[in-house]
Design a protein around this ligand. Structure first.
Ligand code: SF4
Length: 444
């Protein structure tokens, strides 16, 4: 399984450094028009910026936007000849990188509830700001591929722990951070003090760039040729402080995240305040929906790696009313609804690599699953590239022909999408087979 994007650069767009992935300054072509990806610091978008993106998507594109599984936002259907006007509108809304060469490397994932989550060990937002500045200001790091990604974890209950990151850093307590490579926060390689994290990250990334071959775009590629223990030894040689590898660090295990915390009303650590989670159908939000949410937000919207959004700092008494308004905009807030448990890539309607119209198939599947009881997350992928999910979902339907799918179930003993359960199913057959499976109710 690979995680690539099908899109090709437009002839008049800036040349990519290492990738054909979309960026704010590099609009790439798909079947439904150009794609422009806006990277958001910690998934945060101010209400004013959301209104600006909404207006720009209406004016220069199809008015369809997509929340990515890295908590960014991309504008689809950019019209030919309007690319620069769109870019100018986004830059005017201060959505661009501080350094134009750094757009691709702004890949730092936080919990969308960072700073307000009751379970967090500390508020990682100030440290995140330091790390983003490092990524933008150290020109050597601009050689990293657009796919190279970091995760900064404050121990929040609302946490994406399924995505593998090239480097993750997770709070052991308020003073120390554990870290690991090419995995998700779980077992640590070592730990450092909180004030040492920026130095650690810089040294780790520079070491990767020094040792990686041009074809090594991700940490896992390098670690296939360089044992992790050798990488750690070389890393230690670059650091002015010792890596901590005492038993309490090596025995530490990241506590489990709270499944489905990104939808519905949740308590904040601040007394009397709530966060509200809602998801657009299959990750796509219209410009008018985005503007509607922006008008409900007190200050900002926070996008999540579950292709949903969060409003924060809502007074508890106002939360039910605001939830109803999010529902009225067409957003899903009930995590038990089948449509909230399905993710699907663009599919053959918008992507030339697609073997089936996975979005339309997903809507049909959700209809068929209604009233059949709770179901684990289902991922429909119209080819093996798995653009819609950077993790292995509990169930995966992989298209093999128009309207036909192979069904896999997540299994730690099986590579790729998991264990093959059934071949060449129609969507109707898939619904029947899925509901006959035992549901684990694990995290998506
Ligand atoms: S068909 Fe889907 S998974 Fe395949 S490249 Fe296109 S969007 Fe990605």
């Amino acid at each position: 399984m690979t995680f690539l994007n099908d899109a090709q650069p437009l002839p008049n767009a800036p040349l990519p450094r290492h990738t054909a992935c979309p960026g704010l300054l590099r609009i790439v072509q798909a079947r439904d028009g150009g794609i422009c990806r806006v990277k958001l610091p910690g998934g945060r978008l101010s209400a004013a910026q959301a209104l600006a993106i909404s207006a720009a998507a209406e004016r220069h594109a199809s008015g369809v936007l997509e929340i990515t599984n890295r908590a960014n936002l991309q504008i689809r259907g950019v019209r030919g000849g309007e690319e620069q006007a769109l870019i100018d509108a986004l830059l005017a809304a201060e959505l661009g990188p501080r350094n134009s060469a750094a757009d691709d490397v702004r890949n730092l994932m936080l919990s969308p509830a960072a700073g307000v989550d009751p379970q967090q060990r500390l508020d990682v937002r100030p440290l995140a700001e330091q790390l983003l500045s490092l990524l933008e200001n150290n020109e050597r790091l601009h050689q990293l591929s657009a796919k190279f990604a970091l995760q900064l974890d404050g121990g929040e209950g609302m946490a994406m722990l399924e995505h593998h990151h090239d480097l993750w850093i997770s709070a052991l307590d308020a003073q120390r951070f554990a870290f690991g490579l090419a995995s998700s926060p779980s077992e640590a390689l070592a730990a450092v003090n909180a004030d040492q994290v920026p130095t650690l990250v810089n040294a780790c990334l520079e070491l990767f760039l020094q040792r990686a071959n041009p074809e090594h775009t991700r940490m896992r590629h390098l670690l296939k040729q360089m044992p992790t223990s050798d990488f750690l030894t070389a890393l230690q040689a670059r650091l002015p402080f010792p890596l901590q590898q005492e038993a309490d660090v090596l025995e530490w295990r990241r506590p489990a995240a709270e499944p489905w915390a990104h939808l519905g009303i949740g308590e904040q650590r601040q007394a009397g305040l709530r966060h509200l989670g809602a998801a657009p159908v299959l990750g796509r939000i219209s410009a008018s929906q985005l503007a509607g949410v922006a008008q409900l937000a007190a200050d900002a919207l926070y996008f999540t790696p579950w292709q949903s959004l969060l409003l924060r700092d809502v007074a508890a008494a106002q939360a039910p009313d605001l939830m109803a308004k999010l529902n009225a905009l067409g957003l899903l807030t009930d995590s038990a609804a089948p449509l909230a448990r399905i993710v699907a890539c663009s599919g053959s309607s918008d992507c030339s690599k697609g073997l089936s119209a996975s979005k339309a198939d997903a809507l049909l599947l959700a209809d068929l699953l209604a009233n059949r009881g709770p179901i684990d997350q289902v991922h429909l992928s119209a080819c093996t590239r798995s653009c819609a999910a950077a993790h292995v979902a509990p169930h995966t339907l992989l298209a093999v022909a128009e309207g036909r799918y192979d069904l896999y179930t997540r299994d730690s003993n099986a590579a790729g999408f998991g264990r093959l359960l059934a071949r060449n199913l129609t969507i109707l057959e898939a619904a029947d087979t899925l509901t006959a499976q035992p549901q684990t109710m694990e995290a998506p």
